[in-house]
Design a protein around this ligand. Structure first.
Ligand SMILES: C[S@@+](CC[C@H](N)C(=O)[O-])C[C@H]1O[C@@H](n2cnc3c(N)ncnc32)[C@H](O)[C@@H]1O
Length: 499
């Protein structure tokens, strides 16, 4: 069986790297892990000041010292696959930082970066995109992993991505850059700066002219890139913007992919978000592996690739999609996941799959008022209608869920409610739903039930999907790329399904 070339994994990158990515198979890895860093670091390991408590909460919400952090710490101390320097470093950090949010974050990153080091080829390159408030800690971690224990790696550059967006401050110098740490697994890393030359400024062109105006140098308007990347961040009006809050500009990833890999090479992004690295890799004819823990990312990447390069790039011939439930057992396993990071993942997966990635997920924590998602659609004459989704993963689906949903539909003045259930609903449930009657869509004059009950089985086994006229476009469509020579890269390959 031939393996398809590109791979998109839905899951925790640590598990995916360990289970699915072989040693020394990746040429280039870029990661942009999430980090809530709107705050001052001193306060993370000292007492948190009153005025900063709210911001600190955001960090603590994501990173806290918990049972998982303890297990992760132990696994580093037990030493399997770690350089001795990494173990000493974490021991030292434990003394300085103590067991709190920051150590939890660094331990989690250490495990993952060590796995990335394992999967990189001996000539592999690694780019770690981080916030300046975390970069000094992460540099220690990377130094120990890449260069510790005679591993022979190389710290190559600290890159500054300088942008103009964001506000100005009177309390500090306005923050206008991110840090990207660049490492080689060995000194033999490939690097092609001539492919990503940058434009010379008028001033430097003038400097290269003699006093009579003739050029001293060749009339080359470009120069080799330096360590400060002047690339515009995506502003709210940018046509590239997809609505994913941490989306990075394609130009940034194109520069990295071109400078540090060749056509056909394997590029990995283990925190791939809305897929900027995979989109750049697709455009530049690299093979790619993307991993993300949220289904919204996976769904958005599939849509982004299809919108940009055409549906064929996401078909099973060219893409292996792993970790997404393919049957009832897979859906049940997802619904059962107790991990707090995967909160509502089952609901998200079911709503996005059923709506062909066109519904909006209700991200509200705590009481969601019975609304897990919503889809808006045009009704004509500038008006919009809405469908409310409610997801139930209980063993027994009872008619009271239908009545609750009907109440929410009425309260929200929505046109329709759809109850999506993990388990097959009884006849009584469907009967109760039918008692709410039908409504007529003014756009196509078609009748739809006011309350519809749909099971996972119908979605997975029978490909039941939301009617197209009940869905609008949620996230902006990616701009179609007509320039790339995509597809030529692919061989015909058989379907490979993993779950
Ligand atoms: C800052 S965003 C990356 C944005 C990306 N560079 C882009 O341009 O779209 C970080 C991503 O990492 C994902 N993530 C967080 N923890 C993860 C984990 N343990 N495994 C895989 N993905 C994870 C989040 O879901 C989020 O989509």
């Amino acid at each position: 069986m031939t393996k398809s070339k590109n791979k998109l994994f839905y899951g925790d990158n640590l598990e995916v790297l360990k289970r699915h990515i072989k040693d020394e198979t990746v040429d280039l890895c870029y990661i942009d892990p999430p980090f809530n860093s709107k705050r001052n670091y001193n306060q993370i390991y000292n007492a948190i000041g009153e005025e900063d408590k709210a911001q600190a909460q955001a960090f603590v919400d994501t990173w806290e010292w918990n049972h998982q952090a303890e297990i992760d710490l132990r696994s580093i101390y037990e030493g399997q696959g770690f350089a001795q320097q990494t173990i000493y470093l974490i021991q030292g950090l434990e003394k300085v930082l103590r067991k709190g949010a920051l150590l939890s974050y660094l331990v989690s990153m250490t495990l993952r970066i060590n796995e990335i080091w394992r999967v990189l080829k001996p000539t592999g390159s690694f780019y770690l995109h981080c916030d300046p408030t975390a970069s000094h800690y992460l540099k220690l971690v990377c130094d120990s992993i890449f260069c510790g224990g005679g591993r022979g790696g190389e710290y190559i550059n600290e890159l500054i991505w300088h942008y103009q967006t964001g506000g100005a401050s009177k309390r500090w110098y306005s923050k206008k850059h991110d840090t990207i740490l660049f490492y080689g697994k060995s000194k033999d890393y490939p690097f092609y700066p001539e492919r990503v030359k940058i434009e010379r400024t008028e001033k430097s062109i003038k400097r290269a002219q003699n006093p009579h105006g003739a050029r001293i140098a060749s009339d080359n308007q470009e120069k080799l890139p330096h360590s400060v990347f002047e690339i515009q961040a995506l502003n709210p009006m940018s046509s590239e913007r997809l609505g994913y809050p941490t989306q990075k500009p394609l130009a940034l990833l194109e520069r990295i992919v071109q400078a540090s890999s060749n056509e056909g090479d394997v590029v990995l992004d283990a925190y791939c978000g809305c897929g900027t690295t995979v989109t750049a890799s697709q455009k530049l004819n690299r093979q790619w592996i993307g991993i993300d823990i949220t289904y919204q990312s996976v769904s958005l990447i599939l849509k982004r690739l299809a919108d940009t390069y055409g549906e064929e790039v996401i078909n099973t011939e060219h893409l292996t999609l792993s970790g997404v439930p393919k049957d009832l057992a897979g859906a049940k396993a997802l619904a059962k996941k107790a991990d707090d990071r995967l909160r509502k993942e089952f609901e998200k997966w079911l709503i996005l799959t059923y709506s062909n990635n066109r519904a909006i997920i209700n991200e509200k924590k705590g009481g969601d008022g019975g609304i897990d998602g919503i889809s808006r659609f045009p009704k004509g004459q500038g008006e919009h209608g809405s469908v409310i989704f409610s997801v139930k993963s209980d063993k027994i689906v009872n008619p009271s869920y239908v009545r609750d949903l009907a109440g929410t539909v009425l309260k929200e003045n929505a046109d329709m409610g759809i109850l999506l259930c993990l388990n097959e609903p009884s006849k009584g449930v469907k009967q109760t739903a039918s008692e709410y009657g039908m409504w007529t869509h003014t756009w196509n004059n078609q009748d739809y039930p006011k309350i519809l009950v749909v099971s996972v089985e119908e979605v997975i086994q029978h490909d039941l999907r939301l009617d197209k006229s009940l869905a609008g476009v949620v996230l902006k469509q990616a701009v179609k790329d007509d320039t790339s020579k995509q597809v030529s890269l692919f061989d015909a390959a058989e379907l490979e399904v993993e779950s």
